[in-house]
Design a protein around this ligand. Structure first.
Ligand code: FAD
Length: 261
């Protein structure tokens, strides 16, 4: 880690103003909880940073028909304490309330979390399981895609340097949705989201994998669950060996999906 380089600060107040400046050399930011360490480490070297927090259209939490619309600069704390989110997506509210520490929750945003695509994310895992989508704005217009398509791999998304993540749409959670994580350090070691789909269960595993990995299982699918667990590509790290993570995951899924491994 070193001191921050000298940078120009740009503070647009509309999405169009922001789109007119952002590119490879003008990096957008919201909470800066990920961007500042990246600048200090020298893995990002823009000449200017573009503050998104003064753009009203990037904020707000609303319920529309059967989904929530979350502005990209919504902080983890806002998500966790929102009555609408607690009512329509209680698992998401609870997961946001357990992200990092109080500083990260009060400044870090859901948009920054997805755009940075750090694999050890809670929200990405749950949002993929819930079938959430992202709204993106760029010089050639707007588009919507699933969070699953948006996250390509570790620290890699489909967002171009001249595009903004504007908001996230999250279908109301079906009853029985759960999110569980194993965590030894400041970020999750393994996160598992389980969402009922009829009499089946969509399972998404994240944090221990380069990007969230999904499977869908019905009653009695013990063999399929075992093969899913085997194929996850877990690796050894400071939080534990791949074998340890697989054993924890196997035990959790057996209990959660109600089958004997
Ligand atoms: C100590 C610590 C503990 C953490 N623990 C957890 C945890 O337990 N679980 C978890 O899920 N996460 C955890 N995190 C990650 C945390 O969720 C993210 O740091 C935070 O949400 C990122 O949001 P931000 O607004 O600060 O992003 P920023 O740092 O502002 O931006 C991150 C990246 O996204 C880009 N960006 C941001 N917003 C937009 C946008 N709207 N459009 C286009 N590009 C954008 C920026 O250019 C940058 O590249 C932790 C982080 C820290 C530092």
């Amino acid at each position: 880690m070193s001191v921050l380089p000298e940078l120009e600060l740009v503070r647009p107040t509309s999405i169009d103003e922001a789109l007119a400046v952002i590119d490879e050399n003008h990096a957008p930011y919201a909470g800066a909880t990920e961007l500042v360490p990246a600048l200090r480490l020298g893995v990002r070297f823009p000449i200017a940073i573009v503050d998104l927090k003064r753009i009203d259209d990037l904020g707000g939490i609303t319920a529309e028909a059967d989904q929530l619309r979350l502005g990209a600069v919504t902080t983890h704390r806002e998500l966790a304490s929102s009555d609408i989110v607690r009512d329509k997506a209680p698992t998401l509210a609870a997961a946001a309330g357990r992200v990092g520490n109080a500083r990260v929750r009060s400044t870090g945003t859901i948009g920054g979390n997805l755009c940075f695509a750090e694999p050890r994310s809670d929200l990405a895992t749950l949002l993929v399981a819930l079938g959430a989508t992202v709204d993106i704005a760029g010089p050639s217009g707007s588009l919507t895609m699933s969070v699953d398509d948006f996250i390509v791999g570790a620290f890699e998304t489909r967002l171009g340097p001249d595009e903004l993540l504007v908001g996230i749409r999250v279908p109301f959670e079906p009853a029985g949705t759960t999110y569980w994580k194993l965590q030894s350090y400041e970020r999750p070691t393994i996160g598992v989201a389980v969402v009922p789909v009829g009499d089946r269960r969509r399972v998404v595993v994240g944090a221990a994998t380069e990007r969230p990995v999904a499977g869908e299982f019905g009653p009695g699918d013990a063999e399929a669950v075992e093969s899913f667990t085997e194929r996850l590509g877990l690796s050894d790290d400071l939080a534990g060996s791949a074998e340890y993570k697989r054993a924890v995951l196997r035990g959790y899924l057996a209990e959660r999906l109600d089958h004997v491994p």
